[in-house]
Design a protein around this ligand. Structure first.
Ligand code: EPU
Length: 432
């Protein structure tokens, strides 16, 4: 096990390049098994969740050729639909996309129920509702999702809840179904559009992705493709807020500024400057930042995956802010850790009342999930003295070379083995 040790107090300055989007990549990799022909995926983030999904795909017969750290070629000719109880699939949420993709291609599948970050109850009833509407019989037995259909036929599906996962999974299952599927109340996140664009590049016929009605006209077969994944909106947003929290000045490259608008708007509201360029944003924060209210919502609203990071930033800004989490029921677990650093945040149900403070102090903290972990790192970058963030395997699920990118921006951060007191001591001596 490894941990980050951080010496706070340095503003982030310089330039950083954002990796490919994790949540697009999970859908796109699973989509690759829909075709017997090879596909080449570029701009793949080199992170734990992606590497876990690639292992899971190998275990069902896919051949993965790594062309470089960010490019893979996937050969799915010999894939089989029974993913039984696979340790890799169990590890990550995104593996549930294999259910839709394998059901689409083979009309039957068996996949162990997925894991993922512990941020509240995460049912998959809307995915199942979609598969059933397409004609599949779906059962959950012994922790497995078992789905089978004599044939899949297009259908009119209305999602009761706007769900990213259900939208992608239903698109995957429906693109080889007979006839037209109309999916209403669909999620509109950038990665929905990315997965749809990839499927269309393989010969699927999907229209309306990015709006709340998606029309999928079934085709007989999907062919091979070469496709580059969009930049990760949440990684970019995390660097934007880290720059603001440290009162820094950074240029973030390889982004789609439109995808960052909800985050940029909040930064501007509290007094930071955000300049948008073609594929970059420049964030500058003055010494004093103000307060605001934030409510997480499906895209284009403020993303739940940025909630811990903005709460941390507001905890270090002036005045009282209110943050409401409307997607997940327990995504405020990290607040206790921030409180131990001196932040003043009170959580009532799904709302955090944040009273900004002008200093926090370093402490030993535990990352409870991916985005909470990133937020604790931001807090550590600002805190006086040393902060240790434990359980960074959560952070590594979704951020590529997080400490390396922060270091290049001037942060004092090192990854050391947990319990390696000598390495910890050496870092402390080195940075004073
Ligand atoms: N929901 C249901 N039933 C369903 C599906 C979802 O009730 O069948 C509920 C969920 O419990 C939640 C809400 O609907 O309250 C939204 O869930 P959604 O399905 O949109 O989330 P997801 O697909 O499980 C993806 C990302 C999450 C991100 C959410 C929301 C992946 C692998 N995960 O999860 O990413 O928070 O969308 O944008 O794409 C992360 O990257 O840190 C992360 C957790």
């Amino acid at each position: 096990m490894e941990q980050y040790v951080i010496k706070g107090g340095r503003p982030l300055k310089g330039e950083v390049v954002i990796s490919g989007a994790k949540n697009s990549a999970l859908g796109i990799l699973a989509a690759a098994v829909l075709s017997e022909e090879p596909v080449c995926i570029k701009n793949l983030p080199d992170i734990r969740d992606i590497n876990v999904l690639l292992h899971a795909m190998e275990n069902i017969g896919a051949v993965i050729e790594r062309l470089d750290a960010h490019t893979v070629k996937i050969y799915s000719k010999n894939v089989h639909p029974m993913a039984v109880d696979d340790e890799y699939i169990r590890k990550i949420r995104g593996s549930y996309y294999l259910i839709g993709a394998l059901l689409g291609r083979f009309k039957k599948t068996q996949v162990v129920l997925p894991g993922g970050c512990n941020i509240g109850s995460r049912p998959i009833d809307q995915h199942i509702k979609g598969f059933e509407a397409l004609g599949a019989k779906v059962a959950i037995q012994h922790g497995m999702v078992i789905a089978e259909a004599p044939e899949l036929s297009g259908s009119h599906i209305y999602l009761d809840i706007v769900s990213v996962g259900a939208t992608i999974n239903i698109m995957l299952a429906a693109c080889l179904a007979e006839g037209q599927t109309i999916l209403e109340n669909a999620a509109k996140e950038p990665h929905i559009v990315d997965v749809a664009n990839f499927l269309n590049s393989m010969g699927a016929n999907i229209k309306g992705a990015g709006t709340d009605v998606i029309k999928i006209n079934g085709v007989k077969k999907l062919h091979g493709s070469t496709y580059s994944i969009i930049p990760d909106q949440i990684e970019a947003g995390t660097f934007m807020l880290a720059a603001a929290a440290t009162r820094g000045d950074i240029i973030i490259h390889n982004v789609i500024p439109k995808h960052l608008e909800a985050i940029s708007a909040k930064l501007v509201e509290i007094g930071a400057t955000v300049d948008e360029m073609d594929d970059a944003v420049h964030v500058v924060a003055p010494e004093r930042l103000g307060h605001t209210h934030v409510k997480t919502l499906p895209y284009p609203g403020f993303p739940t995956d940025m909630q811990p990071q903005i709460t941390t930033l507001l905890a270090l800004s002036e005045g009282t802010s209110i943050v409401t989490e409307s997607i997940y029921e327990s995504r405020f677990k990290y607040v206790d850790e921030l409180s131990r650093m001196g932040a003043s945040i009170k959580v009532e149900g799904n709302t955090a009342i944040v009273d900004g403070v002008n200093r926090i102090t370093g402490a030993t903290l535990c990352a409870s999930d991916l985005r909470a972990g990133a937020a604790l790192v931001i807090a550590g970058l600002v805190a006086e003295g040393f902060t240790v963030v434990e359980q960074i395997e959560f952070i590594e699920r979704g951020y590529e070379n997080f400490e390396g990118k922060l270091k290049a921006l001037g942060a004092c951060i090192e990854k050391v083995d947990s319990g390696d007191e000598r390495a910890l001591h050496k870092f402390k001596l080195k940075v004073g």
